[in-house]
Design a protein around this ligand. Structure first.
Ligand SMILES: Cc1cc2nc3c(=O)[nH]c(=O)nc-3n(C[C@H](O)[C@H](O)[C@H](O)COP(=O)(O)OP(=O)(O)OC[C@H]3O[C@@H](n4cnc5c(N)ncnc54)[C@H](O)[C@@H]3O)c2cc1C
Length: 380
């Protein structure tokens, strides 16, 4: 269930960061799937170049041959995604099937938006950057030191401290303190209860830094291929383990990508909504995406005023976009994010969360990508 424990945030706009891609996003290892014939087999195939996918791919490419397959296009060269002046566009103008901010309506009737672009949610979201609370980390049985260094690795590239505040933002901060939401923590990325200014993925020049910047900053260019408009539709399984994947390009042609050895892995990072699609095919049953069934909720109503309020609630119910769950740790994947009962298949994205981090999740999703990548490098 999407349960948001909303504590306070006074946010916004950030510090300079230099983007390593050209303005038009020309980076040698990022290519269109329809113009590419794969010449190699891969040690790791990452399904979904989203918030977690880019972090784990950049990490694994340090030592291994990695393929990232992303169903959307590139955010680079698109000011609607990367410029702060246009940051309301995702929400105001959700697009069709081809759009990076794809509109959809849940079975409950809740209109929402999902990413369809390299960088995933981090390319289209509200840009608020905030770490998870300690309980979230201990519930997931993660090593605190590695969590800390993984957050730091992410923040060096994508997150900034906001410097300039509007009168509105200053008023909110002042009001929170005045009504006793204390202590005042000033600025911190950490989860704290009180008043603070948190991080942002727009820098002080108004440039967004999605998780794909982690690829630009950290990936070993010789070891990685990132294919765009590559939609994975099947994980190939053989002898109790994964062997590769099938994907289509934007011309509808089908392609095969294969793993190089028995120790190689397919890593599904297609997000809570995308990863579940593979549930029917290869993941153990039992995973369900947390989604509020609030349209059908029974509201206690008596009299016409309450009926009006009930009707208003039904009509205006919406979502905060922080989808998670579906492949929870300890149920569908083990504590190393391996799909239970299968070899060579992991899930690393928001679908593994046991609960909401209680705040904006992108920091923790990117941290997780780095975390699992480092664990794999250490243990393989
Ligand atoms: C509109 C909106 C605003 C948000 N605002 C904030 C915010 O301000 N701060 C914050 O912290 N969080 C915010 N979030 C939430 C945050 O962005 C997500 O929780 C996070 O990005 C999820 O990361 P993920 O890696 O699990 O999935 P994603 O980032 O969604 O990555 C999944 C990727 O897989 C690709 N994919 C899916 N299926 C396939 C397939 N079959 N083949 C190939 N590729 C596939 C998708 O295109 C996508 O790029 C927001 C989300 C949305 C939608």
């Amino acid at each position: 269930m999407l349960k948001f424990h909303l504590f306070f945030i006074a946010v916004i706009y950030c510090t300079l960061r230099i983007i390593e891609a050209n303005d038009d996003g020309a980076v040698s290892f990022i290519r269109e799937a329809n113009s590419t014939t794969l010449e190699h087999k891969y040690d790791y195939i990452v399904v979904g170049g989203g918030t977690a996918g880019c972090a784990i791919a950049a990490t694994l490419s340090q030592r291994y041959k990695v393929l990232v397959l992303e169903r959307g296009g590139s955010p680079y060269g698109n000011p609607l995604l990367l410029r702060i002046e246009n940051s309301g566009n995702t929400f105001a103008n959700p697009g069709g099937l081809e759009a990076p901010n794809q509109a959809f309506t849940s079975e409950d009737g809740v209109a929402s938006i999902r990413p369809n672009v390299l960088g995933g949610g981090s390319s289209i979201n509200g840009a608020v950057y905030n770490r998870a609370p300690d309980e979230f980390i201990s519930d997931a049985k993660l090593d605190k030191n590695l969590v800390e260094s993984s957050y730091a690795w992410v923040e060096k590239v994508v997150a900034s401290r906001p410097r300039n505040f509007s009168a509105f933002q200053n008023s909110i901060r002042g009001a929170l303190l005045e009504v006793g939401v204390t202590p005042d923590f000033g600025f911190t990325y950490k989860y704290v209860v009180g008043t603070k200014t948190t991080g942002n993925t727009f820098d002080s020049h108004g440039q967004r830094h999605p998780s794909s910047d982690l690829l630009l900053a950290y990936a070993n260019h010789k070891n990685i291929d990132v294919l765009l408009h590559a939609t994975v539709y099947k994980v190939l399984l053989q002898g109790g383990g994964s062997r590769g994947v099938l994907y289509t390009d934007n011309l509808g042609r089908s392609h095969t990508a294969l793993l190089s050895s028995e120790r190689s892995e397919v890593i599904i990072s297609a997000g809570a909504l995308g990863t579940l699609v593979f549930g029917n095919q290869s993941l153990p049953s039992g995973g369900t995406v947390s989604s509020p069934d609030r349209r059908n909720a029974t509201l206690v109503a008596s009299g016409s005023v309450n009926r009006t309020i009930s009707e208003f609630c039904r009509r205006s119910v919406s979502t905060n976009y922080h989808y998670h769950g579906g492949c929870p740790l300890g149920e569908v994947v083990d504590w190393s994010f391996r799909v239970m009962g299968l070899n060579g298949l992991r899930v690393v994205d928001g679908s593994t969360f046991l609960s909401t981090p209680g705040t904006n999740p992108q920091a923790t999703v990117m941290m997780l990508g780095r975390y699992v990548g480092v664990e794999i490098l250490k243990t393989r």
